[in-house]
Design a protein. Sequence first.
Length: 101
Amino acid sequence: MPVKHIVMWDVRGDTPKEKGEAIQFVRQRFESLRGQIPGLLHLELGVDVSLVDYACDVVLYTEFDSQESLQSYARHPAHLRVREEVGSLRIARHQVDYFVP
């Protein structure tokens, strides 16, 4: 059964410029995973434009062909590399995974 994996982050940055640079780095690193992960059907990065105080800065929206593919993604060397590269930039992380009927 297909599964959607959604992750939202708040990123570090003392100024709007620093925060913007961090957001673009996160975007570039995750977008580099396209075509590298078996079972990854869709990958999309979004940046918040609402600017409300409770909004996250960045969202990663992915679709996988199965729960097994999502689990493989979590252990995939390319994903682990990206996770390591962006890890110090994030100050909060939220995740939701759900099956698509």
